[in-house]
Structure formats: C-alpha cells, structure tokens
Design a protein around this ligand. Structure first.
Ligand code: SAH
Ligand code: SF4
Length: 360
C-alpha cells in the first residue's frame, strides 16, 4: 500500500505523532524546517534529524506523492502542471504571475460533483477527495520547480479555485490551510489565501465560525434564482436567499471583505438589466463585497455558452460602478494553454480514453 505524504500533517499533528512513537516533540520543528525551508524531498537528506527518527518517518510516510505528467508554459509566464497521483488519477495545478507576487491555484478533488453547466471540471464526476497532503503537495511541487530555476522566487498567494468544491472536502481543505499558513513553514498568510465555493450554505457558516482566517469567494454567477438554477443546479439545494443569509452571517462574524464571482455568459446573465438586479442584490452589503467579473473561458462540450463581448463586459462593469458597487474584471492568465479550469485535465483524460478505445 502506498504511504501518505507527510505534507498532510500540521506542525502540531507531527509533534503529536512523534510523541506517540517515542520521539521528542521538539524534533517536529527540525523536520518542518527540512521540509518547508530546505525543501528536501528525501528523508535521508534531513541531516539535522537523528537517523533513527528519519528511518521511522520513511517507514510510515512519503514526502512527494505527486508526479509531474505534463507542464505547459504560457507566454505570460503562467505554468500549468498536470500531476499524476499515486492511484493514477490526474489533477491540475496552475502557477500565475501577478504584480503582487506568485499565486498557485490548487485542486481539491478528483473531478467535481456540483456539476455547474458551464464548467469543464464538472464534466468528469468526482471520483474522490484529495488528502491535505496531496493539496499541500501541489504547492510544494510548484515551489520545488521554482527552486530548480534558481531565481529566488517564492509562492506568495494561493487560490483554492482548481478542480473540485473545497467545501465538499472541508476537513482536508482546512488542514491544508493550517499547514501552508504556518509561519514556521511556508508562511503564506491567510489574507494571501482565497477559497472559492459554489455556495454550500452550511459550510459557509462553518467556515465563518472557524479560525482559518482566509479570504472567501462565492461563485454567484447570476442575479436571480431563475438564471442561477439554469446554470448551477446547486441553486436548487441552496437558493440565493439562504446563500445571502450565510454571506451576511460571514460578514458579521468576520468583518472581512468577500468576493462575489460572476462569470459573464453571452445573452444569459450579461445584460444591463442583470447588472441592475445584481446591484440590488448586493445592496446593503456593498461596503464589504467586491464583484469579480470573469470573462467566460469557452469549453468545447458546453457550446451553448459563449463569452460576452468586450463592450458588453464594459457596459456591465459601468452599470455596477454607477450603482456604487465595487467591482473588477478578472485578468486572464495563460490563454494560450487551455486556460479554463479543468480543461487540460479533461482533454488529457479524453485523449487517453480515446487511445485506449482505439487500442493504441
Ligand atoms: N468549486 C469552486 C471552486 C473551483 S471553480 C467554485 O465553483 O467556486 C473556480 C471558479 O472558476 C468558479 O468561480 C467557477 O465558477 C469558475 N469557472 C468554472 N468554469 C469556468 C470557465 N469555463 N470560465 C471561467 N470561469 C470558470
Ligand atoms: Fe465544481 Fe466549481 Fe466547476 Fe461548479 S464551477 S462544477 S462547483 S469546480
């Protein structure tokens, strides 16, 4: 059986594990340093750690459990990685360059069961949740890639916006955040981490009550229930009213700003009346909400959806602004390399399936 990655443990969990196995808790910090500061990928390279302890770790854990399958680099410096997990599944991770730093977009599940009708990830149903070790592993793979280039670049930001619904894998997602935000390790501050959810209402409340402290983004995508149900079937279980109540709970509890994501789909939700309706919906929350307008990345299998024109996007933005709604248009990264989330993976899987079917 394959061993779990040690990346999945927080510093406290590692200390507790060592104590249970007859080692000093204080050794945890040496191991943590080796993993996240020296960034060793073999237990044998942890020279500060006693041999006996290294052997014990190697008996129970792996360090890297992801293997690079494909890497595509875009002209703008975006790098898209396809990783193979120990069970053969493929996942996608993206590194993006911004003025403010380097961000990594991580995947949380193999596929996604929410099945939004515009999304490439939802095309392949969820086969399993990722472990926290596999989610941390994505960040480490990217950081190790940067280390090899020797340009002293560090991952500074994380967006949990890859394949999967992070709130449908709450425990592992939470552990992942605890590992990467630890100031003795990767030290990626919670305000540099954004988790995006399609709107699982009870989990938004649980998140508000937690100590995770990261930014939250909600995939709203529509100004009313009729359109939202048409494009996101999750809206049947959690319609806009309870979603807004959960958002209010979050705002009240944390007093932090929230991002409302809004994909613009031509002639479906991108008209001036939709912008007005959205402005009304945001209403009293406008001081703590930022609407992020997302130009749609067309997905081959969802040909019913097209990207809105530049003029339509500008008009939508202007209407929101005129109504005193804070908003921005998402900059696109890596448009030349299958940019839409889940596209590279679904393409790869389909071509592999085709090869198998054709007997090559
Ligand atoms: N499951 C979570 C997080 C992953 S999706 C969620 O839905 O929020 C991250 C973001 O990408 C979401 O806002 C999602 O709606 C958006 N997205 C999905 N497919 C897209 C596409 N083809 N073009 C642009 N954005 C897309
Ligand atoms: Fe899943 Fe998010 Fe895609 Fe919807 S948009 S199918 S929730 S990954």
């Amino acid at each position: 059986m394959s061993k779990p990655s040690i990346y999945g443990l927080t510093l406290d969990q590692l200390a507790a594990w060592l104590a249970e196995h007859g080692h000093k808790k204080s050794r945890a910090l040496q191991i943590w340093n080796a993993l996240y500061r020296e960034r060793v990928t073999e237990f044998s390279a942890m020279t500060e750690v006693k041999q006996e302890c290294r052997d014990l770790l190697a008996e129970h854990f792996a360090i890297e459990t992801l293997e690079e399958h494909t890497r595509q680099e875009s002209a703008d410096g975006t790098i898209k990685f396809l990783f193979r997990l120990q069970d053969g599944n493929l996942i996608e991770t993206v590194l993006m360059r911004h003025k403010f730093g380097l961000s990594v977009c991580v995947t949380t599940q193999v596929g996604c069961n929410i099945g939004c009708s515009f999304c490439a990830s939802g095309l392949l149903r969820k086969s399993r949740d990722l472990t926290s070790g596999e989610i941390v592993g994505q960040v480490m793979k990217v950081q190790l890639h940067l280390d090899r280039r020797q340009r002293d670049e560090l991952v500074t930001h994380i967006v949990v916006m890859g394949i999967g619904e992070p709130f449908d894998n709450f425990e592992h997602m939470s552990n992942f955040i605890r590992v990467i935000r630890d100031h003795k390790g990767l030290a990626i501050g919670p305000r540099h981490i954004t988790v995006s959810t399609s709107g699982l209402v009870p989990k938004i409340r649980e998140f508000a009550d937690s100590d995770l402290g990261t930014n939250l983004a909600i995939s709203l995508h529509a100004p009313n229930n009729e359109i939202r149900t048409q494009i996101m079937k999750i809206n049947r279980a959690y319609p806009i009213e309870p979603l807004m109540e959960a958002i209010d709970y979050y705002l009240e509890k944390t007093n932090r700003r929230i991002t409302l994501e809004y994909i613009l789909l031509r002639d479906i939700n991108d008209q001036p009346e939709h912008a007005l309706e959205l402005a009304q919906l945001v209403g009293s929350r406008r001081n703590l909400a930022n609407v992020n307008l997302i130009p749609y990345n067309p997905v081959d299998e969802h040909s019913q959806y097209q990207r809105s024109s530049k003029e339509t996007i500008t008009a939508f933005y202007d209407t929101l602004k005129k109504n005193n709604i804070s908003c921005s248009v998402r900059l696109e990264h890596g448009v030349d390399i299958d940019a839409a989330c889940g596209q590279l993976r679904s393409k790869q899987i389909r071509s592999e399936r085709k090869r198998v079917a054709e007997g090559n």
